[in-house]
Ligand binder design. Structure first.
Ligand code: AGP
Length: 355
């Protein structure tokens, strides 16, 4: 249900925050623009799925607004002595706004340097995280009940794209690119709706994953965090061991794992490094691995007993969001076949309010 609510969730997140071709100055509240124009680096902190959203954002922020961005898991950040400069925008990401590690990491940051500016992107406007942040961006995903985060992730990404655009706008950077991205964002609910149609193909693939003990997810560049998110979803709800790798790392170790019992799920959008990814996938094929490839319609490759699924055509900046949808559906269908409790996986809580 929550997977299929994503087109509307994105509409609600974007509502009153963009016009036809620009992000509104007030999208992050009245004081944000002044702060955005002054900061010189971004530090993102989060856990789990929210952390994966943060890694996607690093690519967008550095690419679109040319501001250096670091991303770290909250549970590690809070226990080291990080260097935080005055002109840092410290961003926490949290669906619940109540995750203990993320709250403590923010408190640690405020202790290290009280001159930093803090922004939280959360689905709970009245949360503890929001109360201790300078700025709150509310994602409007609606209540998310499933322990495995889906629509909260997608709406976080929409919010993070608005952040990248707002940072660029505060510096008058890349106006043409910004206009193009806003137009693509407006089309995003329909593109996600199209992407949901991949359900039929995921139902075909699911039995080949459900009867295995392991799975490998591959992506390159901004698709590495999407591969990570795909692996996390599969682990959480089907209890299959899954790992994600940037495909170029294969030959540095994980290629040794490849045989007929290791399904490989790969993300192959049209990009500058698509050819390199394809040659990484050929290496998998040559070692007997079965490939399930989500690809741009322009990409054709022989996947033998595996499956090639063509994704809807969309602006490159929207592809991480669009390609993540079939991965959510695939995990759901695999879990359904294995008879696990999809909404409430064993050993997990929706909101991790203790360490
Ligand atoms: C996602 O599917 C997880 N259940 C989990 O990783 C979650 O994203 C993490 O605990 C962070 O939660 P938050 O976004 O509420 O802070």
């Amino acid at each position: 249900k929550e997977i299929f609510e994503q087109p509307q969730a994105i509409r609600d997140t974007l509502e009153s925050r963009i016009t036809k071709n620009t992000v509104l100055v007030g999208a992050f509240g009245p004081n944000a623009n002044k702060i955005f124009s002054q900061i010189k680096q971004v530090q993102i902190i989060a856990c789990g799925t929210s952390y994966n959203a943060g890694i996607v954002a690093k690519y967008w922020i550095e690419d679109i607004s040319k501001i250096p961005c670091n991303v770290e898991v909250a549970s590690e950040y809070r226990y080291r002595n990080p260097i935080l400069q005055d002109d840092t925008l410290f961003v926490t990401l949290s669906q619940s706004g109540e995750t203990a590690d993320t709250i403590e990491a923010l408190k640690t940051a405020n202790k290290i340097n009280k001159n930093i500016n803090t922004l939280c992107i959360t689905n709970s406007a009245e949360s503890s995280l929001s109360r201790i942040s300078d700025i709150t961006f509310f994602t409007h995903a609606g209540p998310e009940i499933g322990v495995a985060s889906t629509k909260a992730f997608t709406t976080q990404l929409a919010g993070l794209m608005l952040l990248a655009l707002s940072l660029a706008k505060s510096r008058d950077l890349n106006p043409v690119l910004r206009g193009r991205i806003v137009k693509a964002l407006r089309l995003l609910p329909e593109t996600i709706a199209e992407s949901l149609l991949s359900k039929e193909q995921m139902i075909e693939i699911a039995p080949n994953i459900a009867n295995k003990d392991n799975a490998l997810f591959l992506g390159r560049g901004i698709f590495y965090p999407i591969a990570k998110e795909g692996a996390l979803k599969l682990k959480e709800i089907s209890y299959i061991h899954a790992e994600a790798y940037p495909a170029g790392e294969l030959k540095h170790g994980p290629l040794a794992l490849i045989d007929e019992n290791m399904p490989v799920i790969a993300l192959a959008p049209e990009s500058e490094i698509a050819e390199k990814l394809i040659s990484n996938l050929e290496e998998v094929k040559a070692r007997g691995g079965t490939l399930y490839v989500l690809a741009d319609p322009s990409i054709n490759m022989d996947v033998k007993a595996g499956k090639l699924v063509h994704m809807p055509k969309c602006d490159f900046f929207m592809t991480p969001i669009v390609y993540n949808i079939p991965l959510q559906i695939l995990s759901y269908e695999v879990a359904l076949l294995r008879g696990t409790d999809i909404d409430q996986p064993r050993n997990l809580a929706k909101s991790v309010t203790v360490e």
